[in-house]
Structures are given as structure tokens and as C-alpha cells.
Ligand binder design. Structure first.
Ligand SMILES: NC(=O)c1ccc[n+]([C@@H]2O[C@H](COP(=O)([O-])OP(=O)(O)OC[C@H]3O[C@@H](n4cnc5c(N)ncnc54)[C@H](O)[C@@H]3O)[C@@H](O)[C@H]2O)c1
Length: 431
């Protein structure tokens, strides 16, 4: 079988942060169907709206991609790309429900020589040992003979205009050399052939898992260092700035590690390690430190309010930012909620503001009502910058101080306001 772009028809399963930009780009080169089980998502995309705010309305309206929630529409496809979520269950174990169910969806439509590529982040072995058998069972075809698997990890970084589907190196792998070569051609048409062919599917799966685990551990190191420096009365930002002048010092900053990748994927790797009898020390230590960071920050905020003469018994605290990182509206697994809950436990009265997060999502997911404006002048004992959204980074010291009452404190988790001079009476803290 010779695979070519001319005879290829792609079905993308799961149109979220990963699937949607991919569908948009691929549809410029090959006929593409975007499938999602969430009907509201399909309807908004058909209406030219992307509630993830990743795709411009004009681009959506101009796309040739067909959107559907009817699996029957997938039967004309011969290349399926699965981009569904891979979260954790409540024991921090991989939850492969969506990947398995996407495989069940695709299986009945598989024909001879079709290719099923997984982009969802998994641990080594999931594509071949878990998804392959599901596809075989429901299609009555033999994997590796009648149809073929591929794995191509996704590296996009929502909210990051620099590293996009079009310009990041894409790792591809296939069950046969022919499939790998074709996937290189397919993905190469959207990123100027910036492709790396991994040795095999397991290698590609492992590469993704370790990329994010490495990042998590580097942040955990800086977070632990921050806890130590704080006890020494030193600012981690000042220390990191000095250390960063060394040519090989790695540039990581302290903070919350939330979201659905960095805080999740190391558990996939850990699960895989444990399955084969290795107890992962560093990986889980990193997770433990990063998961505890919200509580550490909340305690620091509370201490800062109690270091004033007035020692408010129920400090009023304003948290600026709720999403799991800056510049996006994604609130999944945000660690700001840990700060919020801990402060509430300490009897604080907490307001949360975020210009990106959808208030209805925050209410539904976490039972927190966001405030919609920063108009409560002189109200707060503490204003804390928790997410570095641009609008917050650009706030003037006058605006920040105006929100505080007498002896108010600023707790700047992001170190974004370090250079500002605050009015007398305002005490500034950062990590
Ligand atoms: N978002 C990122 O920054 C990012 C980056 C790299 C890798 N990843 C990985 O990519 C995968 C997808 O992540 P995402 O952020 O795009 O998720 P997402 O939640 O934004 O989107 C997933 C979409 O899949 C749909 N879906 C769920 N189950 C389905 C099913 N059985 N069939 C069809 N559609 C289904 C959902 O309705 C949703 O629209 C995950 O494995 C994630 O770890 C994400």
C-alpha cells in the first residue's frame, strides 16, 4: 500500500486544545473531519466560535474542516488521529477511559490499510497494548497487518503564540517504516517538514512522558529551594536572578503547577514504572513538592496579613488570577483553588478575579463566584498576584495600593511587581 496525501482523508477524534488547531491546519492540505462527542462543542465550532479562545473566528469560518458528533461520518476516513483527554483518577492513576472509548468509536469504521494515530499523552505501551487490541476486537481486523498504529505526541502550549502546531518539531512514529514515513509527510505539510521520526511507537510515547516529567522536576527543585530561601528570609527571585547569570544554570521559576499536562503526565510515567517493578523516587518527590505549593503560598499570605499591627482575625484577601496559567481560560486542575481553600480554612474572606476564566465554569467546577471588577477600593488586607495574566503584570502600584486598606500587604507569587515602588504603608512580599 502506498500512502499519499492525495488518497488520505483524516478524521480527528476530540476537538479540544490539541485536536482543534490540528484539524484546522490539516484541513488546509487534506480532507479532514473533526469529530467530538460533546455536541455543544461541535455546535459552537460550526457557528465559528471557539470557547477555548485558541482559534480566531475568521479562521474557523474559513476552514474546510467538517465538524460532526455523528461517528458515522468517520466511515469515509482512512487516517484517524485521536486527541482526547488523558486525565488522572482520584488516586492519581491514569484514566484511559476517553482513549479507550475513542478507540471503540473508530474501530467499526476501520478498513484495510487504515492508520490510527494517537496524540493523547500516554505512557509507553498504551497505543500498542491497550488501544491496538480494542481496535482489533471491534473491527475484526489484525493490527499491524490489516490496519496500522501510529503515535505522535503533541507539544503545543496553549496561550503561547510562539510555539504553535506550525513551528514546533513533531515527533512521529508508526508500526511500520511505511507508516512512519507517511506520518512524516502528513504532519510535515503543516510544519515545513520539521519532523523527528522516533525509532518506534513506545519510544515516541516515552519521549512525551519524560518531557513533561522533566519540567515538573525542575519546577519542583525551584519550589523546594524557594521554601528553604523563604525560611532564610531571602527572595527566591533575587537568588534565581543572581544564579541565572551562570551559563548553565537552568531558567525555572517557582510557582503553582496545575493544568492537565505537567501536573498529570509524571503520574503516567510513575504508573508505568511501578507496573514494571520500579519505584520512581524523583518523579513522585517532584509531584509531592509541586502539589504542596498552593498550601505553602496560602500560609505565606496568611502570615503576611498577621505580620501587621492590626492582625485582622478574618483577613480580606484578593486573589488575582484563577486559571491554571497565564493568558488562557483553562481552569482544569488549577492550583489557585488550593490557595483559596486553605485561606478559607484560616477564616479569610477571599475574593477571586480573573479576566480570562469563564465565571460559569468556575462556579460549576469549584463553587466559587468570581468578582467581575476591581472596584472595591481600600477593601483588602492582602492583594495576591496568583496568575501572571498580562493585565495584572501591567497594573500600576497606585492601582494595586488603592485596593488595599491601611497596612495592606501585597503577595506577589509571580515576582511580576518586584520593580514597583508601593506607597508607604504597603508591604510587598514575593516568593
Ligand atoms: N492542552 C495541551 O496543552 C496539551 C499539550 C500537549 C498534549 N496534550 C494532550 O493531548 C490530549 C488532549 O488534550 P486537550 O487539552 O486537547 O483536551 P481537551 O479536553 O481540550 O479536548 C478533548 C476533547 O475531546 C473530546 N472527547 C472526550 N472524549 C471523547 C471521545 N471518546 N470521543 C471523541 N471526543 C472526545 C472532548 O469533548 C474535548 O472536546 C491529552 O492527552 C493531553 O494530555 C495536551
Amino acid at each position: 500500500m502506498t500512502y499519499t496525501l492525495e488518497n488520505c482523508r483524516v478524521g480527528i477524534i476530540g476537538l479540544g486544545y490539541v485536536g482543534m488547531p490540528l484539524a484546522l491546519m490539516l484541513s488546509k492540505h487534506v480532507p479532514t473531519i473533526g469529530f467530538d462527542t460533546f455536541e455543544r462543542r461541535i455546535n459552537e465550532l460550526k457557528d465559528g466560535q471557539d470557547s477555548n479562545r485558541e482559534i480566531k473566528q475568521d479562521d474557523l469560518q474559513a476552514t474546510r474542516c467538517d465538524f460532526t458528533s455523528d461517528p458515522e461520518d468517520l466511515k469515509s476516513c482512512n487516517v484517524y488521529i485521536v486527541t482526547v483527554p488523558t486525565p488522572l483518577d482520584n488516586k492519581n492513576e491514569p484514566d484511559l477511559t476517553a482513549v479507550k472509548s475513542a478507540s471503540e468509536t473508530v474501530a467499526p469504521y476501520l478498513k484495510k490499510n487504515d492508520i490510527v494515530v494517537y496524540e493523547s499523552t500516554v505512557y509507553p505501551g498504551v497505543t500498542e497494548d491497550i488501544c491496538g487490541p480494542i481496535l482489533e476486537k471491534r473491527s475484526n481486523l489484525v493490527c499491524g497487518r490489516d490496519f496500522f498504529l501510529g503515535y505522535s505526541p503533541e507539544r503545543i502550549n496553549p496561550g503561547d503564540a510562539e510555539h504553535t502546531v506550525q513551528n514546533i518539531t513533531k515527533v512521529v512514529s508508526g508500526q511500520t517504516q511505511e507508516v512512519t514515513d507517511f506520518l512524516a509527510v502528513l504532519y510535515g505539510c503543516i510544519n515545513n517538514d520539521n519532523i523527528f521520526k522516533a525509532k518506534n511507537i513506545r519510544t515516541a510515547e516515552a519521549s512525551k512522558a519524560i518531557e513533561n516529567a522533566q519540567r515538573d522536576i525542575n519546577v519542583a527543585f525551584v519550589n523546594e529551594v524557594t521554601m528553604i530561601l523563604n525560611k532564610l528570609g531571602l527572595s527566591s527571585y533575587d537568588v534565581l536572578e543572581a544564579a541565572g547569570t551562570k551559563w548553565n544554570f537552568l531558567n525555572f521559576t517557582p510557582g503553582l503547577v496545575g493544568g492537565h499536562c505537567i501536573g498529570v503526565d509524571p503520574y503516567y510515567l510513575a504508573h508505568c514504572a511501578e507496573n514494571i517493578g520500579h519505584s520512581p523516587e524523583v518523579i513522585l518527590a517532584g509531584r509531592k513538592i509541586n502539589d504542596a505549593m498552593g498550601l505553602f503560598v496560602a500560609d505565606k499570605i496568611y502570615e503576611a496579613t498577621q505580620a501587621t499591627d492590626k492582625k485582622p482575625p478574618s483577613p480580606r484577601v484578593l486573589l488575582l488570577g484563577f486559571t491554571f496559567k497565564e493568558g488562557i481560560n483553562d481552569i482544569r486542575n488549577t492550583k489557585v483553588v488550593d490557595i483559596y481553600n486553605r485561606l478559607k480554612e484560616k477564616n479569610c474572606l477571599v475574593d477571586v478575579h480573573d479576566p480570562y476564566a469563564r465565571p460559569e465554569d468556575v462556579e460549576k467546577e469549584y463553587g466559587i463566584s468570581l468578582i467581575n471588577s476591581l472596584s472595591k477600593e481600600g477593601e483588602y488586607d492582602c492583594v495576591s498576584l496568583t496568575v501572571g495574566h498580562q493585565a495584572y503584570r501591567e497594573m500600576s502600584p497606585e492601582k494595586i495600593s488603592s485596593l488595599l486598606n491601611k497596612e495592606g500587604v501585597v503577595y506577589d507569587l509571580k515576582g511580576a511587581w518586584r520593580a514597583l515602588s508601593f506607597a508607604n504603608g504597603t508591604t510587598y512580599y514575593s516568593l
